[in-house]
Design a protein around this ligand. Structure first.
Ligand code: AP5
Length: 216
């Protein structure tokens, strides 16, 4: 299954994608995580992406689309993939469609994770992440003992772009540039809305239910 997770910053795309990837056994592709990995390794892509991410702005479409194209052409995506944080503009969605058409593939489902801006702000201000492996936690809803990553043992930190002024810019960019994708995919007939105010586990169950996969 080729799946897109849409939703505002902090809606829970990454959290749900991690759960879905384990259940469906298809890779979770997060453009944000690819950029952060490049920032950590101080690559040319990382340096470029950081100039946008640190301000809460979107990285240019051509840069982002090329990264996704290269990634979904890899062998582990043959049986499907979960895109988290991509596409984020209509132009990205159109380019993705062209790339998939060229290899006889398509997007099967688009899950739009619906959540109010106030909930998002609470989630992001209390999110802690692993600076080594990228695993995500929450001080209240998904804590880790002594703020140590359960996967790799590193000390957890707040994400650089989870500062209040940057969060505001990210939410503004979402409403202006990404939210129009809801209509774009609704028009194509493969969009489903899932609310995620419930617990992490309940939200994942809601998504599985919407995908017709309950009981897996
Ligand atoms: P990206 O990493 O994609 O950030 P984002 O879209 O802002 O999303 P987040 O990672 O902040 O949130 P999420 O929805 O994954 O929520 P999470 O699961 O962590 O992108 C970062 C930046 O990279 C962008 O601003 C942009 O600059 C650039 N970029 C990336 N993709 C791009 C693209 N396609 N084009 C251009 N630029 C691009 O959950 C949040 C918190 O809530 C966590 O602490 C979690 O534990 C908790 N939580 C999750 N679900 C629940 C729940 N149900 N109940 C309680 N707590 C929950």
């Amino acid at each position: 299954m080729n799946l897109i997770l849409l939703g505002a910053p902090g809606a829970g795309k990454g959290t749900q994608a991690t759960g879905l990837s384990a259940i469906l056994k298809i890779p979770h592709i997060s453009t944000g995580e690819i950029f952060r990995d490049n920032i950590r390794r101080n690559t040319e892509l990382g340096k470029l992406a950081d100039t946008y991410i640190s301000k809460g702005e979107l990285v240019p479409d051509e840069v982002t689309v090329q990264i996704v194209k290269d990634r979904i052409e890899q062998a582990d995506c043959e049986n499907g993939f979960i895109l988290d944080g991509f596409p984020r503009t209509i132009a990205q969605a159109e380019m993705l469609e062209e790339i998939l058409n060229a290899s006889g593939r398509k997007i099967d489902r688009v899950v739009n994770i619906v959540i109010d801006d106030e909930v998002v702000i609470n989630r992001l201000s209390k999110r802690i992440v692993c600076p080594v492996c990228g695993e995500t936690y929450h001080l209240e809803f998904n804590p880790a003992e002594d703020n140590i990553c359960k996967k790799c043992g590193a000390q957890l930190v707040h994400r650089e772009d989870d500062k209040p002024d940057v969060i505001r810019n990210r939410i503004a960019a979402y409403h202006k540039k990404t939210e129009p994708l809801v209509e774009f995919y609704r028009h194509k007939g493969n969009l489903m809305n899932v609310r995620s105010e419930n617990s992490i586990e309940e939200s994942l169950q809601n998504t599985l239910y919407a995908l017709g996969l309950k009981g897996i």
